[in-house]
Write a protein that binds this ligand. Structure first.
Ligand SMILES: [Zn+2]
Length: 307
C-alpha cells in the first residue's frame, strides 16, 4: 500500500483501530481506492454516500490470513443476515484427537478451518459474520495436516476457560450479547464439530436443532437438503446417511438466543473421515455447501416475511 493509501485506510477505519493503529482480529476493514491505479472496489466512495451504499465491495479481514484477507463481496444475497459461527472446542481443549500416521489430528483445528472458510464465503454474499472462536494467527490453512495449538480465543478477545461448562457459557454469552445488539435482524448461530464416536464409525454430516425451534429446524433442513442434492449430483455412487434431528440438551443449542444448528461434519478418529478432512478442497467444499444451505434458508425466510 502506498503511504497515501495507508492514510486513507487509517481514516476509513479509524473506529476499528487499536493502539498504534493496530487492527483487531475478526473485524471488517475497508480498503481505500488505491491512488496507484489499482482499483480496490468502491470503498473510497463510502465516506460521502448513504448508509445503503456504505457497505464496501471489498473487505479486509486479517483473521483469514495473508492469502485470504481480501474478500471481494460478489453479491448481496445475504445482505441483512447476521451469523454467529462457533467452531467446536479450542483453546485448552482440542476436542477429539485422532492418530493419522505419525501425526495427530485435532477436532478443533479441522472444525476451525471449515468454519473460517464458511465465514469468508458468507461475507462474499454480503452477510455480517462473527467468528465466536478465533485463532489470531492461523487464518485459512491450505495444508493437509493442521498443526495443533492452544491459542484460540473467544470473541472479541477472551481467553478460553479450561472448564467445559465455562467454555460453553463463555461462547454462548458472546453470541447472546451480539444478538441483543442486532435486535430485529435475521440472526442464526452455527456450531461446527468434527466429533468422534467410536473410532470405527465413519459418520456423515449430522444436524441438530432445538425441538422448540422451528427456525433452527428450517435452517438444519435447508443445509441438509443441499448436502443431499449435492452428494447425488457429484458423488452418485456414494450413499449419504446424514440426517436432521433434535438434541435440545446440547448447551449451545439450549442457551443461544438466535436459532441454532449444531453440525457434526464427521469423525476425526476414523481413517476414512481423516482422509477426507486432510484434503483442503474438501474442507472448502463443506464450507461452500453449508453456505449454500444458509442462503436457501435466508431466502425462504425472506419469502415468508414478504420482504
Ligand atoms: Zn466436538
Amino acid at each position: 500500500m502506498a503511504p497515501s493509501d495507508l492514510n486513507a485506510f487509517l481514516k476509513l477505519n479509524k473506529e476499528n483501530l487499536g493502539k498504534g493503529n493496530s487492527l483487531y482480529a475478526g473485524r471488517k476493514y475497508m480498503l481505500p481506492k488505491s491512488s496507484s491505479g489499482e482499483s480496490s472496489g468502491d470503498a473510497a466512495s463510502v465516506k460521502n454516500s448513504t448508509v445503503a451504499k456504505a457497505s464496501p465491495a471489498v473487505l479486509y479481514v486479517p483473521l483469514f490470513g495473508k492469502k485470504y484477507a481480501r474478500v471481494d463481496v460478489l453479491d448481496r444475497q445475504l445482505q441483512g443476515a447476521v451469523y454467529y459461527l462457533s467452531a467446536g472446542h479450542g483453546g485448552p481443549d482440542p476436542g477429539a484427537v485422532g492418530k493419522y500416521g505419525a501425526n495427530l489430528l485435532a477436532e478443533d483445528e479441522y472444525a476451525y478451518d471449515v468454519t473460517i472458510r464458511l465465514a469468508r464465503k458468507l461475507m462474499e454474499h454480503g452477510a455480517i459474520v462473527y467468528m465466536i472462536v478465533q485463532d489470531p494467527d492461523d487464518g485459512i490453512r491450505d495444508e493437509p495436516i493442521l498443526e495443533m495449538d492452544a491459542d484460540e480465543v473467544h470473541y472479541p478477545n477472551v481467553k478460553i476457560p479450561l472448564s467445559q461448562k465455562e467454555r460453553l457459557r463463555g461462547r454462548t454469552n458472546a453470541v447472546n450479547a451480539l444478538h441483543a445488539k442486532h435486535k430485529g435482524a435475521y440472526q442464526r448461530m452455527l456450531a461446527i464439530h468434527v466429533d468422534s464416536r467410536s473410532k470405527s464409525q465413519n459418520i456423515d454430516v449430522f444436524f441438530y436443532h432445538h425441538e422448540n425451534s422451528p427456525l433452527g429446524l428450517n435452517l438444519a433442513n435447508s443445509i441438509h437438503q443441499i448436502f443431499t442434492s449435492n452428494y447425488k449430483r457429484y458423488q452418485p455412487n456414494r450413499d449419504y446417511f446424514g440426517n436432521v434431528s433434535h438434541r435440545s440438551s446440547l448447551y449451545v443449542i439450549k442457551y443461544s438466543h438466535p436459532p441454532a444448528v449444531f453440525i457434526e461434519l464427521g469423525n476425526i478418529r476414523n481413517d476414512k473421515d481423516q482422509r477426507r478432512f486432510v484434503i483442503p478442497n474438501n474442507r472448502q467444499a463443506l464450507a461452500n455447501w453449508i453456505c449454500e444451505g444458509m442462503i436457501l434458508d435466508y431466502k425462504s425466510q425472506q419469502k415468508l416475511s414478504g420482504l
